[in-house]
Write a protein of this length. Structure first.
Length: 82
């Protein structure tokens, strides 16, 4: 890691925003290789959450009661993103 960081340099053009989701849970390790999972298309996360929540609403009355509110929130969020 030190070698990689040193190769990047220390000038302003070598630094920028750090991905907020950059942690070890979002890294794939294969021998000496490390690949990061950067979820840049967050809209897919909202869709997946909506599908999960709708599924839970089929079997859980508390989820069913909140379903319209949650789906409206997801719709507003997607409207802002897309």
């Amino acid at each position: 890691m030190r070698t990689v960081m040193a190769d990047l340099g220390s000038k302003q053009d070598a630094f920028g925003l750090i991905h907020a989701d950059l942690h070890l849970d979002n890294a794939l390790f294969d021998g000496d290789a490390v690949r990061l999972i950067l979820d840049d298309f967050i809209a897919t996360r909202y869709v997946a959450f909506g599908l999960w929540f709708a599924g839970m609403a089929q079997v859980n009355p508390a989820f069913a009661a909140d379903l319209p509110k949650v789906m409206a929130w997801i719709e507003r969020s997607l409207d802002r993103l897309l």
